[in-house]
Design a protein around this ligand. Structure first.
Ligand SMILES: *[C@@H]1O[C@H](CO)[C@@H](O)[C@H](O)[C@H]1NC(C)=O
Ligand SMILES: *[C@@H]1O[C@H](CO)[C@@H](O)[C@H](O)[C@H]1NC(C)=O
Ligand SMILES: *[C@@H]1O[C@H](CO)[C@@H](O)[C@H](O)[C@H]1NC(C)=O
Ligand SMILES: *[C@@H]1O[C@H](CO)[C@@H](O)[C@H](O)[C@H]1NC(C)=O
Ligand SMILES: *[C@@H]1O[C@H](CO)[C@@H](O)[C@H](O)[C@H]1NC(C)=O
Length: 359
């Protein structure tokens, strides 16, 4: 009898500890291109707790994806532009390349499932990768749910309110439901040149640093500076050089855990969307967004319902001058380390190795 009570007490204790621990695993942060005023600033005490968690616990739930081709096996490829066919073939080939497997493979963890938004009505999965026009795609999905007469009528604050915007994350479904959606839905993501993306994230979060996202300047930047600043006479805020050294560090994982979901702005596309584990239907490129958006809408079977908002000409093009100027003061060693960490993204999506920076 006494033993049974002890067992029961032990069970409650474990349950209690799990509940406490789950509070500190940074899975509850709202995810968005830019966090709205309503989102909770990361508190540093929670962050300090998160640091103590063993690395493996950060991605508690992982999902084994075994995708069998279902339904329409014999696909009609005649109407597909060659560039899209080539892209998918390159992706599949690089995924199979064993010498790159460390940089191209990941587990389909809760972190990945949190990135993927679902439209059940139109059987679409969209993996969100910040800084490539994601807000617009979320608006497209919200509009398709039918509660707004047009995309322009969707209030800005609703777009990133993931509780109210009616586009659930894939992580909110059960395992069989997730599997079924991964197998049969249209799946897409948008990528851009990996280095230009990092510049964009740096500028946005640490230079412009919107007032409603104070944690980039007040929590994340000081933590990076403490660990990675070389020049101790430098007293300015986070410099691109510090950021590059942090990103190029193969052992930066502990710091990433502290930063929680905010790392979505700079971790690799591999880590965000698991492109070698999930059989995406289309990968759009920011550089050719105008054509790619049309193609995605068509392939998803929604081109008669919605159109992608007009893209001002030129703004999505790769700007080598900009990349060159950001990296001009960074040491070759640090640039090579950075490239080594992001090589998977370069290879998978066909972005040219930036040899003008590396050599
Ligand atoms: C991936 O999806 C395509 C159709 O989009 C299908 O032809 C192919 O067999 C799938 N591959 C796997 C491994 O499921
Ligand atoms: C695999 O990737 C490496 C490194 O990029 C490359 O040198 C090699 O040619 C690739 N192998 C195949 C079979 O594509
Ligand atoms: C992949 O990573 C493991 C452990 O991190 C390491 O031991 C191995 O050498 C790496 N393989 C390649 C091909 O880089
Ligand atoms: C260190 O930073 C200071 C202040 O910005 C600068 O004047 C100096 O040139 C830097 N030293 C090196 C070695 O980069
Ligand atoms: C490219 O970037 C440079 C430096 O930031 C800027 O001066 C130039 O206007 C940009 N070019 C285009 C076409 O946007």
């Amino acid at each position: 009898m006494r033993n049974q009570w002890l067992m029961l007490a032990a069970c409650f204790w474990v349950l209690f500890m799990l509940m406490v621990a789950s509070k500190f695993i940074p899975l509850t942060f709202r995810d968005k291109d830019s966090y709205s005023i309503k989102s909770r600033p990361m508190t540093w005490s929670a962050v300090a707790q998160a640091r103590k968690l063993p690395v493996a616990e950060a991605n508690v739930e992982t999902l084994k994806v075994d995708q069998q081709p279902t339904g329409k096996v014999l696909e009609d490829t005649a109407h597909k532009p060659q560039i899209q066919i080539d892209r998918m073939e390159l992706l599949r080939n690089v995924c199979r390349n064993a010498s790159l497997s460390n940089l191209t493979h990941t587990t389909v963890s809760k972190f990945v499932l949190d990135r993927i938004f679902v439209s059940d009505k139109h059987k679409i999965l969209f993996c969100q990768t910040p800084k490539v026009g994601n807000t617009q795609w979320k608006k497209v999905l919200i509009f398709l749910n039918g509660h707004f007469p047009s995309i322009n009528k969707i209030p800005e604050h609703l777009v990133h309110d993931n509780e109210k915007n009616g586009i659930p994350r894939l992580s909110s479904f059960s395992k069989p439901e997730i599997q079924e959606r991964l197998n049969s839905y249209f799946k897409f993501l948008i990528v851009r040149d990996p280095f230009e993306r990092l510049i964009s994230a740096f500028k946005d979060k640490f230079i412009i640093n919107p007032r409603f996202e104070p944690w980039y300047k007040h929590d994340i930047a000081p933590a990076i500076i403490r660990k990675y600043r070389k020049n101790h006479t430098e007293t300015r805020g986070l410099q691109f050089e510090d950021f590059v050294r942090y990103l190029g560090d193969p052992h930066r994982r502990q710091l990433d855990l502290q930063f929680g979901e905010h790392i979505i702005h700079w971790v690799s596309y591999v880590e965000l969307c698991a492109p070698c584990e999930i059989n995406y239907s289309v990968v759009g490129h920011h550089e050719t967004l105008e054509a790619d958006a049309l193609y995605i809408l068509k392939e998803a079977g929604i081109d008669h319902l919605v159109s992608y908002p007009t893209i001002p000409p030129g703004i999505t093009l790769y700007n080598r001058t900009k990349v060159q100027s950001y990296f001009s003061s960074i040491s070759k060693r640090d640039i090579r380390r950075l490239y080594a960490r992001f090589k998977g993204d370069f290879k998978l999506f066909g972005y040219q190795e930036p040899d003008f920076l590396l050599n």
